[in-house]
Design a protein around this ligand. Structure first.
Ligand code: SF4
Length: 369
């Protein structure tokens, strides 16, 4: 049999066009799209309002095929980490973080990453390949189903938090896989699919400036930027893309993005590395740097990994850094460490990937981009 089409690769307009090629009406595409995404159904026979002829056609030509779960780990705090199989020894990771008022899914966009941020082990292992739309969206499709199945067992109050937010903050630089990532996010936002608001879908980038502009044109969602430094000298050392797109250009792109963004601020992520970027002077410099940019700063305690060469800033240093920012008028939060017991805290995503650049298999561990 010829290879069947994976319906998880389609936005609604593309599914509608594909249905038209089959001689099917647009409303049929909408029905199938809702079955697949809203109800999480992958069996065409269960799509009871479709004519039998269409179901048979879909059986012959199509599948609903997310990546398979290789492993699932549930933390005592309800955090769930999945390792998904994306072929030839490659694993990608997805993490669900339940909180009192939301359930956030952290989604990967690439296998490995080419950007080589020095504190990030995904960066250390190099780039393997981009994920397809079905591999990106499939993480949400599977996670939503598993969270619902696990339901009562996840929380004491037997009221498992559904997925309300998605952050494109897992492995990879999402703006370097622009077409697939934006198509997948289009489905996340689609009212016939997951119906998430633009405010609840966040793309986190290390600062691929031209693509920030393109994102604003194509699909403006909430934006987070991995800043990690208060000046170009430090940032170029730890986030090498800064040599191509220095801070002034990046902040200008962020301010321009705010004209179309669903939120009126940009979130800046800042991993706290002892002796590198965590002094009071660094905090003051950061406050000055961001003075003209509506910003929220999220401080991330570094999670060391083998041979990282970096040390996590002390709690006192993090608190002091935060105070300086708050005194300067910023909203500054410290990211809570979640899922410690299953190695799913930020910077602790771990898996296996075949690194084609370096031609060896190494464990994946990363800090959120
Ligand atoms: S922090 Fe993000 S952009 Fe940087 S190397 Fe890691 S995955 Fe890539």
């Amino acid at each position: 049999m010829a290879e069947r089409t994976n319906l998880l690769d389609f936005t609604l307009p593309r599914l509608t066009a594909w249905f038209a090629e089959l001689g099917e009406k647009p409303f049929r595409a909408k029905q199938v799209f809702s079955w697949v995404h809203q109800r999480g159904v992958d069996d065409f026979d269960a799509m009871t309002d479709l004519a039998k002829g269409l179901r048979e056609k879909l059986h012959a030509l199509a599948v609903v095929e997310p990546p398979e779960i290789m492993s699932e780990h549930i933390s005592a705090d309800g955090t769930i980490k999945w390792l998904f199989d994306v072929g030839v020894g490659n694993g990608i990771e997805t993490v669900f973080i339940p909180e009192d008022d939301r359930g956030t899914l952290c989604v990967s966009s690439q296998v490995g990453c080419a950007l080589d941020c020095k504190f990030c082990s995904t960066g250390r292992q190099g780039f393997n390949r981009d994920l397809s739309v079905s591999e990106i969206l499939g993480q949400l499709w599977v996670a939503r189903r598993r969270v619902a199945e696990l339901g009562a067992s996840l929380r004491e109050d037997a009221d498992a938090r559904p997925i309300t937010n998605v952050v494109m903050m897992g492995m990879g630089e999402p703006l370097n896989n622009f077409v697939a990532v934006t198509d997948a996010m289009e489905v996340m936002l689609d009212d016939h699919a997951y119906g998430l608001s633009r405010r609840r879908v966040t793309l986190s980038t290390s600062g691929v400036v031209p693509m920030i502009r393109k994102l604003g044109e194509r699909l403006p969602v909430a934006l987070a930027v991995s800043l990690h430094a208060p000046n170009d000298e430090i940032r170029s050392r730890i986030v090498p893309i800064n040599r191509t797109y220095p801070i002034a250009e990046l902040l200008k792109a962020c301010r321009d993005y705010l004209a179309v963004a669903p939120r009126d601020f940009i979130t800046f992520e800042y991993v706290m590395l002892e002796g590198v970027n965590d002094s009071v002077a660094n905090a003051r410099e950061l406050a000055k740097l961001l003075a003209d940019t509506p910003a929220k700063v999220n401080l991330i305690p570094f999670n060391p990994f083998a041979e990282s060469g970096y040390v996590r800033s002390s709690d006192a240093a993090v608190r002091q850094f935060q105070s300086v920012l708050i005194e300067a008028g910023f909203v500054a939060t410290v990211r809570k460490t979640r899922g410690d017991d299953i190695d799913a805290a930020c910077g602790q995503l771990a898996g296996q990937v075949v690194n084609r650049m370096k031609n060896k298999t190494i464990p994946l561990r990363k800090v959120a981009p």
